[in-house]
Design a protein around this ligand. Structure first.
Ligand code: SF4
Length: 375
């Protein structure tokens, strides 16, 4: 491991619209690079410009705490920050990778977020998050803290090969059980599901069943991207060692899409396996409203509910007007409750969407959303 200390110019990433996968408004990378060195890591792709040898070298933003304090301080801001979750993790690093043991940047960031009363959503693969359990519990008592763990499956042998630097799935599950015992909501990000390695019915069902047994609050599912260049080269080396026949099989799945996406036919097939498993074990496929409703503003709540309905309908092969409407609404500055009589002027808001919007504005939710989430 080689740690390179750097001084960043800014830290907090403000999203143009609320992010409905993580229900976050803001994000941050405290490190760049990750010694967990997962074979499939998307952060390895050239487009993210992580310097050095990925998996070994890590940039450490040693001035992160000063920057964050400055960027959150309302007295230093011309326009106050919107209420919303700060997403800690993901992107080009795991925020609880081994360097955190030395530098404590994540802990400092959480302390600052607690002082400024921001809700947080942490995503990690590391049990080092337990070091901060008391602090996370404090945030959850004052606002909201959620901790999610990512898994490509719960199979320890596969994890050892494809995620060489992270605790075994069973240890992550124990960490979840402990955090849940403290009243902290926990999610599973079942991603990336690795083609021909963790995408079988048995493996996906086992992961969902295990999540149910562990008391996890929701599971978000995702496929694997494979971008040409160093991400693909590294992954294929590991895959070849795992099973020399598999690289050839990948030709039928990845066709050189610039985002590295799998073919839609393949992705839909594994999505259907997941959908059936999630229904069978009654696991919500998106973060449930009860976990975030009090900590985001009215417009963001509407956008998230529409996007979640859109996802749930479309992944079941149904049509949905909600995604486009959510996108249009995200450009609206006024509170939607002040536009009750003019909602139809917004692009994508037809009679059906207007009815749904009014129901959400009146009750905080809508029957269609509750039905889809409860399926
Ligand atoms: S833990 Fe996440 S960021 Fe780190 S190598 Fe694995 S996938 Fe990449």
């Amino acid at each position: 491991m080689s740690l390179i200390e750097t001084r960043a110019k800014s830290l907090l990433r403000k999203q143009k619209k609320i992010e409905s996968w993580f229900v976050s408004r803001y994000g941050m990378n405290l490190y760049r690079g990750c010694t967990h060195n997962c074979a499939y890591c998307d952060g390895r792709a050239e487009k993210y410009r992580v310097q050095g040898e990925y998996g070994r070298d890590v940039e450490v933003k040693v001035n992160a705490a000063q920057l964050l304090k400055k960027e959150l301080d309302p007295s230093r801001r011309r326009i106050p920050l919107k209420k919303g979750f700060v997403f800690v993790g993901g992107g080009v690093c795991d925020t609880y990778q081994p360097a955190e043991q030395t530098y404590g940047l994540t802990r400092s960031a959480l302390e600052i977020l607690a002082d400024f009363n921001f809700p947080v959503h942490i995503l990690t693969k590391s049990t080092l998050v337990l070091r901060d359990a008391d602090l996370i519990r404090k945030i959850n008592a004052n606002t909201r803290a959620m901790v999610s763990f990512s898994f490509s499956s719960v199979d320890p042998d596969i994890s050892r090969i494809f995620e060489p630097g992270v605790p075994a799935p069973a240890e992550r599950l124990e960490a979840i059980a402990y955090l849940k015992s403290l009243g902290i909501p926990c999610g599973m990000y079942l991603l990336p599901v690795i083609p021909h390695v963790t995408d079988s019915v048995e493996k996906i069902e086992r992961s969902v069943e295990t999540a149910r047994e562990a008391g996890i609050d929701f599971i978000v599912f995702g496929g694997m991207t494979l971008k040409q260049g160093r991400q693909e080269d590294h992954f294929m080396d590991v895959l070849r060692r795992y099973n020399p026949a598999l690289p050839e099989a990948y030709r039928g799945i990845y066709h050189g899409c610039p985002w590295g996406s799998a073919s839609s036919g393949y992705f839909n097939s594994i999505q259907q396996i997941f959908n059936r498993a999630a229904r069978r074990y009654h696991m919500p496929r998106r973060i449930p409203l009860r976990l975030f409703k009090d900590w985001i503003d009215e417009n963001d709540r509407v956008i998230i509910l529409l996007e979640h309905m859109d996802y749930l309908l479309k992944t079941d092969g149904k049509k949905s007007p909600y995604g486009f409407a959510a996108y249009s609404l995200s450009g609206t500055k006024e509170p939607l409750s002040s536009m009750r009589n003019s909602l139809r002027r917004i692009k994508g808001v037809n009679v059906l969407v207007e009815k749904i919007l009014l129901e959400i504005l009146d009750t905080g939710t809508c029957a269609e959303y509750e039905r889809l989430m409860g399926e």
